[in-house]
Design a protein around this ligand. Structure first.
Ligand SMILES: C[S@@+](CC[C@H](N)C(=O)[O-])C[C@H]1O[C@@H](n2cnc3c(N)ncnc32)[C@H](O)[C@@H]1O
Length: 352
């Protein structure tokens, strides 16, 4: 008979490896313990033992659902023993952390975190995305309308409202509550004036920065203080100037958007970050062909761009690529840390 519990344990062990590689030793330790310990009897254990789908990080992401629930309880003050093991406290002894997890596993409310997949909105990716917007605006110095696919809570649609130091280039809004300074190698991106005239976003399940902030924060790993602080600041920016995210599949949405007339003297930039891989293959194809077809109609006075911060199956690190029309030149602009913390800028801006 198929052993779901063994699959779930293997999923926790695999997630532990990812957390370790991505700089979260605490979440790695939590996942290791959940992979190895006996689960105390209760609703959470029952659901883990009989998980009906694929629990792996690349499937239903059960470990991240659990880690999100545990972190949410710590943040809300309902899991005091676990909170004593989480920052700002020092990393605990393994046995103490294990006992706190056992206690948390039978706490009311944790089981419901298994109902929905994890969902994040990583504002560190704006480090690369904004550099891409600069490269596009350098090539086409026109007011730009932004269109984000798989936008989650839409936080990166407000990226021009953040301040940046990108390889020594001070750009964005210096008075923003969110100031970003990624580790940068290579020359700075081109300097360009950015005038955003439209912000449009779509997601299958958009989150609302006003009501879903705690959920978003729960899915950031508890020992990554900088990411938490960045997200809190980005939520403040979004609360002050909300952006509506449409609920739809990316392909259906972009086909409608591209059918709308583009005013002369404006540009349009379509972009996505760590989202394309989640679109069904048919949607991926439709998105690509809708943009390519629109590209054929683009002019110097009404250009379009397609900016992608994505990891392709054959690449180790995510890359930032920009395709511009008219012309259809596609350029590799940078390689990036998955959360945007380090950017290796490759130097060339699109030819003017
Ligand atoms: C890993 S998150 C990345 C979110 C955001 N781009 C970021 O970088 O923080 C992927 C997002 O893609 C959305 N998504 C998945 N399939 C989609 C589809 N077919 N159409 C639109 N959005 C989709 C998910 O709901 C999720 O918000």
């Amino acid at each position: 008979m198929h052993d779901s519990a063994a699959d779930v344990r293997a999923a926790f062990a695999e997630q532990a490896g990812w957390c370790r590689a991505l700089g979260s030793p605490l979440t790695a330790a939590v996942c290791d313990l959940l992979a190895e310990r006996e689960w105390p009897e209760g609703e959470v254990a029952r659901r883990l033992i009989s998980w009906p789908g694929d629990p792996r990080p690349s499937g239903d992401a059960v470990p991240l659902r659990m880690c999100g629930g545990l972190h949410a309880g710590v943040r809300a003050g309902t899991l005091s023993a676990l909170a004593a093991c989480y920052p700002p406290n020092a990393m605990p002894e393994t046995e103490r952390l294990g006992a706190a997890i056992d206690e948390a596993m039978v706490s009311p409310g944790l089981a419901e975190w298994l109902d929905r997949p994890p969902q994040t909105n990583e504002v560190g990716r704006s480090n690369a995305l904004f550099a891409g917007v600069l490269a596009f605006a350098w090539r086409f110095p026109l007011p730009v309308a932004l269109f984000e696919l798989g936008a989650s809570a839409g936080l990166n649609l407000g990226m021009d409202r953040f301040g940046f130091d990108l390889g020594g280039l001070q750009t964005g809004d210096p008075s923003s509550p969110l100031q970003l300074k990624p580790e940068w190698t290579g020359p700075p991106p081109p300097e360009a004036k950015i005038e955003v005239i439209g912000r449009h976003g779509v997601d299958l399940t958009p989150l609302d920065p006003l009501s879903d902030g705690d959920r978003l924060l729960a899915f950031v790993w508890a020992d990554q203080a900088q990411r938490i602080a960045q997200l809190e600041a980005a939520l403040k920016v979004a609360e002050a100037q909300p952006v509506t995210i449409d609920t739809d599949d990316a392909a259906s949405w972009i086909e409608v958007k591209l059918a709308e007339a583009q005013p002369e003297g404006t540009s349009r930039l379509f972009y996505h970050s760590i989202a394309f891989q989640y679109f069904p293959p048919a949607s991926q194809q439709r998105v690509a062909s809708a943009i390519e077809r629109a590209g054929e109609r683009a002019t110097e006075r009404a250009p379009i761009g397609w900016l992608r911060f994505e990891r392709t199956p054959d690449e180790q690190d995510p890359t930032l690529r920009l395709k511009c029309w008219p012309g259809g030149e596609d350029q590799l602009l940078a390689t990036c840390h998955p959360h945007g913390a380090c950017i290796n800028w490759l130097g060339d801006a699109p030819a003017r």
